[in-house]
Design a protein around this ligand. Sequence first.
Ligand SMILES: NC(=O)c1ccc[n+]([C@@H]2O[C@H](COP(=O)([O-])OP(=O)(O)OC[C@H]3O[C@@H](n4cnc5c(N)ncnc54)[C@H](OP(=O)(O)O)[C@@H]3O)[C@@H](O)[C@H]2O)c1
Length: 314
Amino acid sequence: MTVDNLLWSKILNLKNAIPEGKILGWRYVNGAFSEILSTQKIDTDFDAILIPSQLLNQIDVSGFDITKLPFKSLYLITKHTLSHTDKCILQNYWPLAILSHFNDDLPYVFIHSATSLDGYLATCSGHSHWIGNNENLVHSHRLRALFDAVLVGGKTVLNDKPSLNVRHVEGSNPKRLILSNKCDDLSALKEIADCETYLIRNEKFGYDDVANSFDKFIFYSGENKEEKIRDILKKCKDENMSSILIEGGGDTLSAFIETKYANIIQFHISPLLFGNGIKAVKLPEVSTVNEAYELSDMFVTPVGNSFMITAGLQ
Ligand SMILES: NC(=O)c1ccc[n+]([C@@H]2O[C@H](COP(=O)([O-])OP(=O)(O)OC[C@H]3O[C@@H](n4cnc5c(N)ncnc54)[C@H](OP(=O)(O)O)[C@@H]3O)[C@@H](O)[C@H]2O)c1
């Protein structure tokens, strides 16, 4: 999914655009994006539009492709003549670029990881460089540029020594959020200028040398996992984060899935088999198929020699 630099700049601009009124949807015509501010102006002279379901019956969409997306239940309506690559680009990045226009109580939570075909995101020794291919690396940097913050668990910091910034595409660095109570050495996290880094910690653990080496802290509370995750998200929202990208590891992303605070899951599946390792998703067991967590509005995107699955979780 190669994205032309000009198109990418326009998508990034959408993230920072200040709306001039109540937005009903978004239009894409001849390589330019605009907002739909009135139903009277929705003609079918577009290459693509992104609209909520309420607008669907107000437009004559015969002769267009209609795709229900897992993002905010938006519909992507595209001209038949739009290339498959352009449709993939719009489907993957356009909805994320306009997330800040939805003024929700909690940040939008998006999970992206690369896994082996048998569902592991690292080997038993914690090695994961790199399960995903080069194209996925670039994609993950595009995601970082579209989100307000990127979150990982303490073990990912120890094992991967990640930068968590945007290096492979144009765009601003997100805030970096590290979820860890007990890890007494998070120095593997690279020092990056222009990257505010927060430690997210249970308030019971308080301040120490590790906490004091971060730019900011979020201390959360709660009696159970659900209350704790909700409190983390509420405090992130109070810090002006409207969207959070969770890159892993398994314990971290699973906590957001289990408590039903993750909106989207996206796994890049690599043609590798580990046999054993660190599982990507660690959830309470179900005994019958109909008890399984069911995903919605799934779509598949080609990524180099492999593919990526994206689906809704709520
Ligand atoms: N393939 C990929 O795309 C990808 C992406 C990211 C990471 N990884 C791999 O994932 C592996 C690590 O995964 P992992 O599952 O072992 O660990 P992890 O999720 O990275 O980190 C686990 C730690 O995060 C904190 N944490 C997680 N959930 C929490 C919750 N609900 N409440 C409080 N703290 C929580 C805890 O830290 P404390 O114990 O300090 O409290 C916990 O020990 C690494 O080897 C890394 O290479 C792969």
